[in-house]
Design a protein around this ligand. Structure first.
Ligand code: AMP
Ligand code: GLY
Length: 430
């Protein structure tokens, strides 16, 4: 079978790499892909990003299955476009993807269906938003309503920061947030304390299968300092997700969400990612929903997946109204997987592109360099985005895998390279 992976980041490189391991897969196309997918002979880059053109290409080239990595094409309706032509694709419809693409939608959804999350209010008028922040005090969290590539959230510790965030999102919109229906809106919510984890499941429209647990490191610098990023590293499993926390997340968040979507007439298919905040008592609240797998969480998670990924996706997309997950059990490598992101100079604000790269280590099934912001230009690898690489490996425990990954990235060089030296620190402590 020929399969198509839509996207060009580290997550999509990992997805394509995993799919290529299936004996049933003849070729994996990655649209648009990156320097790493260009170098792998089992993968083939396709320079198309437009949703209609992708569908046309998939039809003409008899693609048996399409997997969507990022939120952008999902929010643009790629699943609806493919399904209208009876093409097999795994992901949520445009309407279902609102769980991620609109914070106002997902917060109202959670309130309506009793799903635990921070208290909040939604504003489109800056003056009312400023008054609300003055009433509530700090810390407080200000979130832009539309997709903002992980940059639409400000956790304000001072009133000045909160007011600045409101002006920035509602008045200046310097983030270039794609606000829904053109109107700028912000969600302002209660600050939650605790430890975060990434909780991902796969839904076939009727049934749900949880993926291995993971934890991301959102801040740029060691010790969880510095600005928020898309994620500087991740590992799986995440010990903070105890069996009790896992059961609560399924019972209180995932199952009511799928039921609620069905009740609202928007049945959910695809990956569903709940960002969890776990407090000291083990209570679980939803920070956000993503309608896709996480990046970089996917890299360590898929490295642990032992079940044939193509079989999983085929079973998820079997019927017209739902798949056949009833009998599916995913098998995971018992070892720990950990990935460290190497980012470009200036990331996350203004990443520099075009720096030559060298010294990438040899790859194997349990030690990979997943590419994200790289391009192959005249046979030479260059940086082409903020997060450049994610060096990922398996190890018997957290300390061992940390050692392995940090050793293997020693030789990698590009100008202005930045990475954290403490990925996995929360798990290594325990
Ligand atoms: P989000 O995109 O909604 O997950 O927000 C990005 C990051 O901001 C999260 O990973 C948290 O670190 C932080 N954050 C979001 N909402 C809250 C909240 N209500 N309380 C505390 N931190 C938050
Ligand atoms: N790493 C966080 C995310 O993918 O949203």
């Amino acid at each position: 079978m020929k399969v198509l992976v839509i996207g060009g980041g580290g997550r999509e490189h990992a997805m394509a790499w995993k799919l290529a391991q299936s004996p049933k897969v003849q070729m994996v196309y990655v649209a648009p892909g990156n320097g790493g997918t260009a170098l792998d002979p089992r993968l083939h880059n396709l320079p198309i990003t437009d949703v209609v053109q992708l569908r046309q290409w998939a039809q003409e080239n008899k693609i048996g299955l399409t997997l969507v990595g990022p939120e952008g094409p999902l929010a643009a309706g790629v699943v609806d476009e493919f399904r209208q032509r009876s093409l097999r694709i795994f992901g949520p419809t445009k309407a279902a993807a609102q769980l991620e693409s609109s914070k106002a939608f997902s917060k109202a959804f959670m309130r309506r269906h009793g799903i635990p999350t921070a208290e909040y209010a939604t504003f489109s008028d800056p003056a009312t938003a400023h008054t609300y922040v003055n009433q509530m005090g700090v810390p407080i969290v200000v979130k832009a309503d539309g997709l903002a590539a992980g940059k639409g959230v400000v956790v304000a510790m001072t009133l000045e920061e909160a007011h600045a965030a409101i002006d920035f999102m509602l008045v200046d919109n310097t983030l270039g947030v794609a606000h829904n229906e053109g109107g700028a809106r912000v969600v302002i919510e209660e600050f939650l304390e605790g430890e975060e984890a990434s909780f991902m499941v796969m839904c076939d429209g009727r049934n749900v299968v949880p993926l291995a647990t993971s934890q991301d490191h959102k801040r740029l610098q060691d010790g969880d300092n510095g600005p928020n990023t898309g994620g500087m590293g991740a590992y799986s499993p995440a010990p903070v997700v105890t069996p009790q926390v896992h059961a609560r997340a399924m019972r209180e968040i995932i199952l009511p969400t799928l039921k609620g979507m069905e009740k609202d007439g928007i049945p959910y298919t695809g990956f569903l990612y709940a960002g969890l905040m776990i407090d000291r008592e083990g209570q679980v609240k939803t920070l956000e929903f993503n309608c896709r797998m996480g990046d970089p969480e996917t890299q360590p998670i898929l490295m642990r997946l032992k079940t044939d990924f193509l079989d999983v996706l085929l079973s998820a997309t079997e019927g017209t109204s739902g798949g056949s997950f009833e009998s599916l059990e995913l098998e995971w490598d018992r070892r720990v997987a950990l990935g460290v992101v190497m980012a470009a100079q200036g990331y996350p604000a203004t990443p520099r592109k075009g720096d030559a790269m060298s010294g990438l280590p040899k790859e194997s099934d349990d030690a990979m360099v997943f590419h994200a912001g790289t391009a192959l230009v005249d046979g030479q690898l260059q940086t082409s985005g903020g997060r450049v690489l994610c060096v990922t490996a398996l190890g018997d425990n957290v300390r061992q895998v940390q050692q392995r990954v940090y050793q293997s990235l020693q030789g990698i060089a590009f100008d202005g390279m930045q990475y954290r030296t403490d990925i996995g620190h929360r798990a290594a402590k325990g």
